[in-house]
Design a protein around this ligand. Structure first.
Ligand code: NAI
Length: 302
């Protein structure tokens, strides 16, 4: 066993260079935690204004962290912010940005065709040892990675929003992910300060597989007239100790996102009762009531 342990360790070359593709909500957070762990980061987006926004977002998030950590020391605050920012480069060119990467993390739009196209470009330009991962919430890794020539280096790193705050990272292995790739992804997760859990390539992995059907079951409870929305929210907060009730949580996540995830699963598994769509949710999304971000979902927001 000791010998086997040794050989595994010897195979684990260190991850130094991380390329994050997609500079949105998730990509900018993933870039921040990676740079904070002293890794060199390149953030890529097809849209320059997304990169500009990510740069500003990361800076203000770091400033909040620095203020907490060095409350009375403005110099130390500035040093912390600039030391992390210095490790992040921005680019609009995928091929150039993945050339030196040890690890690529994809966090672009949740669309299978666009992701497949991107992965072909990444595999063609990256080193043969580069680990290639996706942050997808709802798509199957087997589908996203279908056209990859080497599937052993491909896996999932599923972060949670907001990335710098949320402690969990789901490390996903599909049928062809090698043990070495999986180990390295687990080590990366620990290096960026996350608690890692392992999961197979199953819809929603652990958290969303339990959470999304729960949110829809709450809706069905309401649709049957069994209880009111505020009472269901209060009940789950005080009775189950959840920080938000299911309707508050759905509004926070975005009703369009909840619908998108469920519709995708329902299409793939039409007989699974836990994946049944909700007519009420559909009508709210049709009316543009997508939750907090639109000012109204299940509840109204100012
Ligand atoms: P977002 O819409 O905030 O950001 C996506 C970014 O990708 C945009 O800046 C867009 O310009 C860029 N992009 C789109 N196509 C591109 C391409 N071909 N090449 C380069 N850049 C491209 O999206 P968000 O919320 O950050 O989600 C990204 C991924 O993370 C999705 O796969 C989503 O399922 C997953 N995810 C989202 C979570 C959330 O709470 N929003 C949680 C966990 C995972």
């Amino acid at each position: 066993a000791a010998v086997r342990g040794l050989s595994t360790t010897a195979q684990l070359s260190k991850i130094n260079n991380v390329t994050v593709i997609g500079a949105g909500l998730m990509g900018s957070g993933i870039a921040q935690v990676s740079a904070n762990a002293k890794l060199n980061v390149v953030v890529v987006d097809s849209n320059q204004s997304a990169l500009d926004k990510a740069q500003k977002g990361i800076e203000s998030s770091l400033q909040r962290v620095a203020k907490k950590k060095h409350a009375d020391d403005a110099k130390a605050q500035t040093a912390l912010v600039s030391s992390v920012l210095d490790r992040i480069k921005m680019s609009t060119n995928v091929s150039d940005s993945v050339k030196d990467a040890d690890l690529v993390i994809e966090a672009i739009v949740e669309n299978i065709d666009i992701k497949r196209k991107l992965f072909a470009e990444v595999e063609a330009a990256a080193k043969p040892t580069t680990l290639i991962t996706t942050n997808t919430s709802s798509l199957r890794l087997a589908d996203i990675g279908l056209n990859l020539k080497d599937k052993t280096r491909f896996g999932g790193l599923h972060f949670f929003n907001p990335v710098p705050m949320m402690k969990l990272l789901e490390v996903v292995r599909h049928n062809d992910t090698s043990d070495d790739t999986f180990q390295k992804l687990m080590e990366y997760g620990k290096a960026v300060g996350k608690t890692t859990v392992a999961c197979k390539d199953t819809p929603g992995f652990i958290v969303n597989r339990l959470l999304v059907p729960y949110m829809f079951e709450a809706l069905r409870l309401y649709e049957r007239g069994d209880a009111s929305m505020p009472d269901i929210d209060v009940a789950m907060k005080l009775g189950a100790g959840y920080p938000m009730g299911p309707f508050e949580l759905s509004d926070y996540v975005g009703l369009d996102t909840c619908k998108f995830i469920m519709d995708g699963w329902h299409k793939q598994y039409p007989d699974e009762v836990a994946f049944k769509p909700s007519p009420l949710l559909d009508s709210l999304v049709d009316a543009g009531k997508t939750g907090r971000k639109s000012g109204e979902g299940f509840y109204k927001y100012k």
